[in-house]
Design a protein around this ligand. Structure first.
Ligand code: G1P
Length: 905
């Protein structure tokens, strides 16, 4: 039995004695840019970006040990008691019979900790959340006297303010403290550093950081400290700040409004007048910690006023909770309430990654914000299911990052459609990048019926990197800008179809010695980054082959839906498209020549001429290429162990040697190649069955998350990638890497291997839910290590894929070029005791509650659909396993909320 218990349908959960587990953290954010992390003892940090950390950055390694946390002490008879549990005495009493009892309750973007003093005399309840509309965190602390006697204490809030760049954590930490200027106000501390320190060019700082406090009646604190040295005192610590205990020197340490503190590390210490609570009485304190820039300095007063009363804070809290609960509101009701609660978090995770990017949570202590190219596209997958309205714009803008040579910008700006030139001079190409955009556009077309997006025109990215990032265009100037121009100097715009075509076709020709697409600087697996010369990724060769095939299909649907038989494409693209000779396809050197010819043609000035091509012709040419790739992989890349178990080799290393197979020191197998060969249709049905057997034999770790990324190669592979430098079982070296494991499940479901798919996806849930071992809050983490511990919580593409698989495969509610298809692949155990399973999802402006009734408790494969009732009437006839609600009906329906009851017999 896990220690985490769900308490409502929003995924809110409880955990007793949360400080008994290390490394727990919860994300909180405002809509305006504040990103916070909070631990059960109110540690963690808060920032708007790399250069503006309001509370000093915390990494997973110091998260549970650094004691400069958000704190609130009660000073009682020369003793300190912290409502967050962070005092020397409380820590010393942990795990003894003198320990406080504590209970954490947490939901999307908020947490509450109730703490009972070990004596039983008092109880505190501390709630924290980020406000929606301001960059501010609010803490609400309530103290209750549980004893028969009067409870007398002095309440003191202590919130450390860092107020500078994460880079200064070590680089000039002390020097940057000299820039700090703090001033005491009548209700708190405001800090406005003089400069933003950067040796490449110091900037005048324009950000104020502040902490204000009030009690429930709006009364202010009356004494303050802002200097960390004063607060701690000689030999004091954050667990035992001497200023709160000593009588000595008190007059000079405690400051009054208008006093200034210059050049110090800052902690906002707000001391309220002494409180006396009679039996059963309680009192509350509201603390706000925030930041505003000079331009919006008036907002500081608005924020300050938020905490004037307790009721106001409580109302704000309710609004905030409701807002986040309404985001990504897909509801699952299966036979397992724990799973339904888990899914509330999984469906929220893509939103978290939209906000946090791949940086800014304690495990994600890298990067300077933003997301990578493939993450950008995959996060859209979940958004397409939850809130497709905003996605069209996003997709169209994302395509502006593609270069005419099929590569793309890798530095993504903060604004939509903003891409930046290579900043750090490391020219790199991840060979999988061209694969993802079509996958997302395909889902977009399915979910919305808007195939016309293919015809939308957008610009191309142009920077100094040319020839698929192998050369620099020394003439490229700032004045030229970052958009590709034509010979007339106008920005050239091509259709989205053209962008997709050239991304996939360039990849098709960029092959290595084995005629598989070159690995270049890595593929999906970022850690396969040491085989740029001779490495090849068979895994993504499968992926691209699948893309070309599906693109052919969607082009035909486009033709049928729009009535257009031709599309216009850039003339130069014909070089890649029209080549249709097996002799060329079969010869790596000839194939690369075609690419060289094209790249040459688009590297310099382009005329920007377009030609009209028959859609059917394009489809056929794409299919020829796809078929060629698949056939070759089937013939050349199948490997077996000594017992004849087979799977596909996924890679070649930098010596041009095959990576997977049965070698002298053991079997080497990787999951990625299996996923993409299954998903793309490269693996025929018999091969899928064989792959499943091999995966079970070599990669499956029961109870530890399921399918690992690879077997133990037992050697450092300088000819393949940094992953082999990681300990086996961690991150990309053999961990159960959720993203690939869930894509494995998705691929299996797609191919009708339902039980096998369920096994893969369910193991991830089971491992996450096994709190004693996973040590994580609900959600799917980036990976589970060899011991089943979950790492890198929240910010992972795995969540998008988990949600996608649950909605479109398991419950089978999915768009098909705009029609709604319902094709359940639910197993017996996924229904409740009455044989009911429910999903609530939005689709094309409607909200559907789909109720599957399996009253005979049959398993997948045994049941078929017997009856469908939509809004109490029979509107559509089911086929054997599928219900189709055509686009036309959806457009005609005025009523937007529907109940679809599907009886299975
Ligand atoms: C992370 C990266 C992703 C990359 C993967 C494997 O995975 O964000 O781009 O493909 O590592 O190297 P994720 O965050 O999706 O779990």
């Amino acid at each position: 039995m896990s220690k985490i218990n769900y308490v409502d349908k929003n995924g809110t959960f409880e955990l007793k004695n949360p400080e008994h587990t290390s490394g727990l953290y919860l994300p909180m954010a405002s809509k305006k840019g504040l990103k916070s992390a909070v631990t059960p003892d109110f540690g963690g940090d808060a920032k708007t970006d790399q250069n503006h950390f309001m509370i000093a950055p915390k990494s997973i390694l110091n998260l549970s040990n650094d004691r400069d946390t958000r704190n609130f002490f009660l000073v009682m008879e020369e003793k300190l008691w912290s409502v967050t549990g962070v005092s020397a005495e409380q820590e010393a009493n942990r795990f003894t019979d003198k320990e406080d009892s504590a209970k954490l309750t947490a939901g999307r973007m908020w947490q509450r900790v109730e703490r009972n003093h070990t004596s039983g005399r008092l109880k505190s309840t501390t709630t924290i959340f980020d406000t929606l509309d301001h960059n501010a965190e609010i803490m609400l602390v309530t103290i209750e006297n549980l004893s028969d006697e009067n409870l007398v204490f002095e309440p003191v809030a202590a919130i450390p303010l860092y107020g500078r760049s994460a880079d200064n954590l070590r680089d000039h930490r002390h020097v940057t403290s000299l820039l700090n200027r703090a001033v005491i106000t009548d209700d708190g501390v405001v800090m406005h550093p003089t400069l933003s320190f950067d040796e490449r060019g110091h900037q005048k700082n324009d950000m104020s950081y502040f902490v204000f406090g009030r009690d429930e009646n709006g009364n202010k604190p009356n004494r303050f400290i802002a200097d960390v040295e004063d607060y701690l005192g000689a030999g004091g610590t954050f667990l035992r700040p001497r200023s709160l205990l000593d009588k000595k020197g008190q007059d000079t340490i405690w400051k009054k409004p208008t006093e200034a503190i210059d050049g110090k590390e800052i902690v906002a210490v707000l001391r309220f007048p002494k409180c006396s609570l009679k039996k059963s009485e309680s009192c509350s304190f509201q603390i706000v910690t925030g930041m505003v820039d000079d331009e919006n300095i008036a907002e500081m007063d608005i924020i300050r006023r938020l905490i004037y009363s307790k009721t106001q804070v409580e109302n704000l809290f309710e609004t905030t909770k409701n807002y986040w609960n309404s985001v990504a509101d897909i509801i699952f009701e299966t036979g397992n309430e724990r799973f339904d609660g888990f899914m509330k978090w999984v469906s929220f995770q893509p939103e978290l990654r939209r906000i946090f990017g791949c940086s800014f949570l304690p495990h994600h202590d890298y990067g300077r914000g933003g997301r990578g190219w493939r993450d950008l596209w995959q996060d859209c997958l979940a958004l397409l299911l939850t809130d497709p309205t905003q996605v069209r714009d996003m997709l169209v803008n994302n395509f502006k990052g593609v270069r005419l040579d099929g590569t793309n910008a890798t530095i993504i700006g903060d604004k939509k459609g903003e891409f930046k030139a290579d900043r750090n001079g490391i020219p790199r190409v991840w060979m999988d990048h061209g694969f993802w955009p079509f996958l997302t556009v395909k889902l977009y077309m399915d979910q919305t019926g808007d195939l016309d997006i293919l015809n939308e025109k957008v610009s191309y990215f142009k920077d100094a990197l040319i020839n698929r990032v192998t050369k620099r265009d020394e003439e490229h100037s700032k004045e030229y800008g970052l958009e590709q121009k034509n010979a007339k100097g106008e920005v050239y715009k091509g259709t989205i179809l053209e962008h997709i075509l050239l991304e996939n076709l360039c990849a098709f020709y960029d092959v290595g010695a084995h005629n598989e697409i070159r690995l270049l600087n890595a593929d999906w697996n970022d850690a396969l980054d040491m085989a740029p010369d001779r490495g090849e990724s068979v895994a993504f060769t499968c992926g691209y082959a699948g893309n070309l095939k599906e693109l052919a299909t969607y082009l035909r649907i486009y033709k049928a839906k729009t009535g257009r038989s031709k599309v216009s494409i850039l003339k130069e693209l014909l070089i890649l498209l029209e080549e249709d000779s097996i002799l060329v396809y079969g010869n790596p050197a000839k194939r690369r020549k075609v690419l060289e010819k094209y790249v040459q043609a688009v590297s310099g000035e382009i005329l920007g001429e377009t030609v009209l091509v028959e859609i059917e012709k394009i489809s056929v040419l794409l299919e020829h290429k796809a078929d060629f790739m698949m056939k070759q992989i089937r013939e050349e890349e199948w490997v077996t162990d000594k017992e004849g178990n087979g799977w596909f080799n996924g890679y070649y290393d930098n010596n041009g040697a095959r990576v997977e197979g049965d070698f002298e020191n053991g079997v080497r197998m990787m999951l990625t190649g299996q996923v993409f060969s299954i998903m793309s249709g490269t693996a025929k049905k018999e091969s899928v069955a064989s792959i499943v057997k091999s995966c079970d034999k070599y990669l499956y770790k029961k109870g530890l998350g399921g399918y690992a990324l690879n077997t133990d190669f037992k050697e450092l592979r300088l000819d393949l990638g940094r992953m082999f430098g990681f300990a086996y079982g961690e991150k990309e070296n053999g961990a159960v890497f959720s993203h690939m494991a869930v894509m494995y499940a998705n691929a299996l479901y797609k191919r009708g291997f339902v039980k096998e798919g369920y096994k893969a996806i369910n193991e991830l849930f089971m491992a996450s839910d096994n709190f004693e071992i996973s040590n994580i809050y609900p959600g799917v983490p980036e990976y589970f290590n060899e011991k089943g511990k979950g790492l890198y919580s929240y910010l992972t593409g795995a969540a998008s894929w988990y949600l996608l698989t649950m909605v479109t495969e398991v419950f089978g509610v999915r768009g098909n070029a705009g029609d709604l298809y319902i094709e359940p692949k639910l197993l017996k155990e996924q229904f409740n005791e009455e044989g009911i399973a429910v999903i609530q999802v939005p689709f094309r402006g409607h909200r559907f509650k789909v109720v599957f009734k399996n009253t005979k408790h049959k398993d997948y494969g045994e049941y078929s659909i017997s009856n469908v009732i939509i809004d109490s009437t029979s509107k559509v006839k089911p086929q054997k396993n599928q219900v189709i609600i055509p686009e036309k009906l959806l457009i005609d329906w005025n009523e937007k909320n529907h109940i679809v009851e599907i009886e299975l017999k």
